[in-house]
Design a protein around this ligand. Structure first.
Ligand SMILES: *[C@@H]1O[C@H](CO)[C@@H](O)[C@H](O)[C@H]1NC(C)=O
Ligand SMILES: *[C@@H]1O[C@H](CO)[C@@H](O)[C@H](O)[C@H]1NC(C)=O
Ligand SMILES: *[C@@H]1O[C@H](CO)[C@@H](O)[C@H](O)[C@H]1NC(C)=O
Ligand SMILES: *[C@@H]1O[C@H](CO)[C@@H](O)[C@H](O)[C@H]1NC(C)=O
Ligand SMILES: *[C@@H]1O[C@H](CO)[C@@H](O)[C@H](O)[C@H]1NC(C)=O
Ligand SMILES: *[C@@H]1O[C@H](CO)[C@@H](O)[C@H](O)[C@H]1NC(C)=O
Length: 433
């Protein structure tokens, strides 16, 4: 796939996406077609360094898929907290037609087709008559694959077609059919070339990955609620001065909403590249010698030399989330310069396609590899009769900066630490040895 930059090409493997419902931007999901850049067979083995419950499939850190069974057949679906519908591209056996149709539009791509119902088996739960969209396999919809939307039910197009609980999204069905099931999901994303812990990832419903129990004692971040239910996402407020740039100083930001000094952030497991306000991307990358702002098939982003270590940190409720430098400066996008040399990409990309008045920023996979995520659905579950409480989000930091630095030196600098010579050093930088 050619991109618009001079002689730059981007592997077709990748990219990003998010769902757009009824003119309202929903976030999530990405459609991948074409071959993967690297063979990833080993990722699907049980590399259970962390206690795994279900296991995810990690494709080059650009998509995380889970196996589920519909009508007795197995499908692979991208796990997407940014959208709320289930679809698969297949002729699902033992499915009943409902006579209804639905479509979901993502930032890139769409899915549509008849709404059917079938028995669903997902994460150890069995749900009878789960409503889903049956898409037709084609070049953009790989056969036997799809997306499972894990966003709020109010954003589900299938649910809107029914206008009753028969059309509920998967998690609402799980939580309603046994009200003793705790109303939360958790997502732990691994890194495909993590030198110290090769682990593809995990998705759990109603339970926590055993080695990370302490996520339940992390601060509860209130879900910021938006006025249009169909535009609701799993979103919360970043702290004031909540992004620390590569020079150790807070990056100046202005939110579209009140309060102006706190960015409204959506967590989206279906979005490969986090989407940030342009000044934030510029503050991270523009300082890097030889960094270039380019057009790619995934939109505009900063490209930069692969061996530049950029440390950034996000803060929620006073807790710091350091980002592994391999996630800030990503080598998974297979971009080459005019001479055919590999260059890397700034994973924190200026937000454009996905822009919405309801939020400022979308933290996708490259952020989520650094934070174990718990989403408690609270009263958002359809028909929640007792007031179980407001929905909230909990995050547990996963990245140890010293280990991350050692990893970066190993994989990007051939083991020789040259970070001291990389960035132009302003006086404020002088605190380092
Ligand atoms: C998903 O299903 C495929 C095909 O049955 C299997 O090879 C793979 O191991 C499964 N992956 C996980 C994580 O369960
Ligand atoms: C309902 O959920 C609870 C808590 O997870 C579990 O102990 C119980 O066995 C479940 N009941 C049924 C009928 O599945
Ligand atoms: C949570 O538990 C893990 C594993 O025991 C530990 O490494 C980590 O420091 C703990 N984090 C917090 C915030 O308590
Ligand atoms: C910038 O690019 C030029 C030309 O390729 C190269 O000679 C120089 O070493 C690069 N500088 C850095 C800091 O990477
Ligand atoms: C990318 O392409 C668009 C449309 O041609 C153009 O408006 C924009 O300036 C380009 N951006 C860069 C960084 O070249
Ligand atoms: C990034 O952070 C690590 C760990 O704190 C530190 O050792 C390294 O020098 C930092 N790199 C840069 C370029 O600031």
């Amino acid at each position: 796939m050619e991109i618009n930059g001079p002689g730059l090409s981007l592997a077709p493997a990748l990219l990003l996406s998010l769902s757009l419902l009824l003119g309202e931007v929903a976030v999530g999901a990405l459609k991948i077609s074409g071959e993967l850049r690297r063979a990833r067979g080993a990722d699907e083995a049980s590399l259970a360094r962390r206690a795994s419950i279900s296991g995810l499939i990690d494709r080059s850190d650009l998509t995380y898929l889970t196996n589920l069974t519909l009508g007795g057949s197995e499908y692979r679906c991208l796990i997407d907290t940014g959208s709320s519908d289930l679809w698969v591209a297949a002729d699902v056996p033992n499915a009943k037609d409902t006579g209804k149709t639905a479509s979901v539009n993502y930032a890139i791509g769409a899915a549509n087709g008849p709404i059917k119902t079938a028995q669903l088996q997902f994460e150890g739960y069995t749900i009878e008559n789960q409503a889903f969209i049956q898409a037709t396999p084609d070049s953009n919809h790989a056969v036997n694959e799809g997306i499972i939307g894990l966003g709020p039910n109010s954003g589900s197009n299938v649910q809107q077609a029914f206008a009753n609980s028969a059309g509920d999204a998967v998690l609402d069905r799980i939580f309603r059919q046994n009200t003793s099931t705790p109303n939360y999901l958790t997502i732990l994303l691994g890194r495909s070339d993590d030198v110290s812990n090769l682990f593809p990832g995990d998705l759990t419903v109603g339970e926590v990955v055993s080695s990370y129990q302490n996520i339940t004692s992390q601060p509860k971040l209130a879900v910021s609620q938006v006025s249009t239910p169909s535009g609701q996402h799993w979103q919360t407020l970043l702290d004031t001065n909540g992004i620390i740039g590569p020079d150790g100083q807070p990056i100046k930001v202005t939110s579209k909403n009140a309060p102006k000094d706190r960015l409204n952030v959506v967590f989206d497991s279906g979005f490969s590249l986090p989407q940030v306000p342009k000044p934030v991307a510029d503050a991270i990358y523009a300082r890097v010698p030889n960094a270039t702002f380019i057009n790619t098939s995934a939109g505009e982003l900063w490209s930069l030399p692969c061996d530049v270590e950029l440390n950034i940190t996000f803060k929620f409720a006073g807790v710091s989330f350091p980002i592994h430098p391999v996630d800030t400066n990503m080598d998974d996008l297979a971009i080459t310069d005019t001479a055919g040399n590999k260059i890397c990409a700034g994973a924190f990309q200026p937000i454009t396609t996905a822009a919405s008045p309801n939020f400022d920023m979308i933290l996708g996979m490259a952020f989520l590899r650094n934070a174990y995520l718990l989403i408690n659905f609270g009263d958002f579950v359809d028909g929640a009769s007792d007031k179980v409480g407001n929905p909230y989000i909990q995050l547990l930091p996963l990245t140890d900066p010293a280990q991350a630095h050692a990893d970066f030196v190993k994989v990007r600098m051939n083991g020789v630490d040259e970070t001291n010579f990389q960035l132009p050093r302003a006086p404020r930088y002088g605190g380092r040895r």
